[in-house]
Design a protein around this ligand. Structure first.
Ligand SMILES: C[C@H](CCC[C@H](C)C(=O)SCCNC(=O)CCNC(=O)[C@H](O)C(C)(C)COP(=O)(O)OP(=O)(O)OC[C@H]1O[C@@H](n2cnc3c(N)ncnc32)[C@H](O)[C@@H]1OP(=O)(O)O)[C@H]1CC[C@H]2[C@@H]3[C@H](O)C[C@@H]4C[C@H](O)CC[C@]4(C)[C@H]3C[C@H](O)[C@]12C
Length: 382
């Protein structure tokens, strides 16, 4: 796999950093997550392929253990508020002094500088600060955050993984590590570059929810079917729009022009009425195999059995029966190989990881009995 041999220390976080760690693990990195002690359950739902070491960082000896793990690794991924790592003596200067090859990734909401750098926040705040939230939502309604996808995952976890891969690539030439300041506000805004760069085309001149691509246009929207499901329509270009109209059984001559904005409400009403006359399956049969750009809106449970997804193996069931998307993109020679077994218990790999990083058995036992580290090895099945 592409990242085989790369050792990552991931400090346990909420959502973006765990996703970043999972991407790295899917593509072959060895990801060791540092969990708190005295926890029975993790909030990391993106733990696939990771190992877990439980370590008390409120104890200086715990901090010393972490330092030893970090300086022997390729990447440190930290999701804390600005200043937390420095307070423990684990800031980038401290660690890079001991290991100049280290890649030190800091994944935060607002970045390491600026007046918001130390403020708490979540996806919706970062999205708001990126400018993008102001554009998201239906006409005449308030701005609406599309789950926590844009800032946490696209602009945060994914962008940070990209930064880490870039830094690894650069390190293969320079031999040097570096610090990655991954701000979710900036990551989200960067993902949204198209919104800024396409303003000159007039794509966003109208109020929120009344433009071509923000559900303003009736040919770029979703419609309810007779069985209470939905179809997604993205018939923008005239040649595809023609096929869409034809599929609905409508005639162009009976309808207002596609780009006549003042007629969009009338067109939307017509499309709504027609879509309500058949089930999702019936509409899928009508549009499958055409270029009308119409697809069923599938639920998370339905994606696995859709013939297209099935043919590509786009989703898989792990050993726990949980459905997950396959890692993307697909690399021809060194594709990702997502781990199919269960997520680690908190502290499951404490002993083995410490041993591997050069701790003596007696030291490990001391750390365990002092409660500085915890180990919950899985019981062997008889
Ligand atoms: C799924 C839910 C998550 C939602 C995601 C949400 C929408 C997001 O947007 S996530 C993005 C959040 N922002 C960032 O990550 C930006 C960068 N980080 C920060 O700004 C901050 O870290 C912070 C604001 C996120 C949190 O601030 P906080 O003050 O808490 O922490 P920091 O200042 O960063 O300092 C960290 C301190 O921790 C100490 N530490 C760290 N490691 C250790 C250690 N090993 N040992 C000891 N101490 C340690 C460190 O030293 C710092 O200490 P100091 O402060 O003294 O310096 C989920 C959200 C809630 C979940 C549910 C909930 O948890 C209850 C259940 C739990 C159960 O187990 C599972 C089910 C739950 C219902 C659970 C379900 C989901 O997971 C959630 C809903």
């Amino acid at each position: 796999m592409a990242l085989a041999g790369v050792r990552v220390i991931e400090l346990a976080g909420l959502a973006p950093a765990p996703f970043c760690g999972m991407i790295l693990a899917d593509f072959g990195a060895r990801v060791i997550r540092i969990d708190r002690t005295k926890l029975s359950m993790t909030v990391d739902t993106q733990a696939r392929g990771k190992q877990s070491v439980a370590l008390n960082l409120k104890n200086p000896k715990g901090v010393a253990v972490l330092k030893r793990l970090c300086v022997q690794s390729d990447v440190v991924l930290e999701p804390y508020r600005k200043g937390v790592m420095e307070k423990m003596g684990l800031g980038p200067e401290d660690l890079l002094k001991e290991n100049p090859c280290l890649i030190y990734a800091r994944l935060t909401g607002y970045g390491q500088s600026g007046s918001y750098a130390k403020a708490a926040g979540h996806d919706i705040n970062y999205l708001a600060m990126s400018g993008l939230l102001s554009m998201l939502g239906r006409s005449s309604e308030k701005p609406y955050a599309p789950l926590n996808l844009v800032a946490d995952f696209a602009g945060g976890g994914l962008m940070c993984a990209f930064g880490i891969v870039l830094a690894l690539l650069e390190r293969s030439r320079s031999g040097q590590g570096q610090i990655i300041d991954a701000s979710m506000v900036e990551g989200a805004a960067y993902v949204g570059s198209f919104m800024w760069k396409s303003r000159s085309l007039g794509l966003w001149n109208r109020p929120r929810g009344e433009n071509l691509l923000d559900s303003g246009a009736p040919f770029y929207d979703t419609y309810r079917t007779s069985d209470g499901k939905y179809m997604a329509v993205g018939a923008i270009e005239p040649q595809f729009y023609q096929q869409f109209i034809q599929g609905l059984g409508l005639y162009d001559a009976d309808l207002p022009a596609q780009m006549s904005v003042s007629d969009w409400p009338q067109l939307r009403q017509t499309f709504t009425r027609v879509f309500a006359s058949k089930t999702q399956e019936e509409w899928s049969r009508v549009f499958d195999g055409t270029d009308a750009c119409v697809t069923p809106v599938l639920s998370l449970d339905e994606v696995l059995s859709h013939p297209h997804n099935q043919a590509r193996g786009s989703f898989f069931k792990d050993s726990q029966g949980e459905i997950s998307p396959q890692p993307a993109p697909v690399l021809s020679r060194s594709p990702a190989e997502p781990c199919h077994s269960r997520d680690p218990f908190i502290g499951e790999h404490t002993r083995s990881v410490l041993k591997e990083y050069g701790f003596e058995q007696a030291q490990i036992e001391q750390l365990l009995s002092a409660g500085i580290v915890e180990c919950k090895e899985a019981k062997a099945r008889l």
